[in-house]
Design a protein. Sequence first.
Length: 173
Amino acid sequence: MHYLTEEEAAELYGSETRGATKKYPWGKWLQDGLVTPLVQGEDFDCTPETLRPQIYNAARRMGGKASVQFKQRADGKSVILIRFKLGGTTKLQREYALKKIEREHEHIRRVEEAAREEGYFNEDDPDFDLFPDKATQPAPVEVEKLSDEQKEARREEREDIAQRIRNPIGPPS
């Protein structure tokens, strides 16, 4: 058995051989009630079969479920159709899932704002890639620090939502 040296691994796999990165814009692809078409080679580079479990996992993390269909275009490119549906059956579960998505969109907004300030974002060019490679990525966005009162308020809000999910008010279904 032959083991790769660090140099061989870097040459084969690029300089980043470890750690996960957020490669796909799940917040834009997975929107409640919408069908999103993704084209292989344009929106994603892997095989559609490889992307399917990633879609399901992202949908679960966002508090919903996704259904996936594969289609073939006339030019031979594969297309994935994603239908995303938010959360559980109760209004509270849906409310919680919507808050998670709002936080995801707020994070995307902050990254785009920081990229504009650093000169990485060009709104006039529709094909502009915000992160074409690791060397041009802007510095990480500084996240606001929460005061102890704000942390406590968020903790109480999460506990309240969890309690209402466990003990829904109204007639049993």
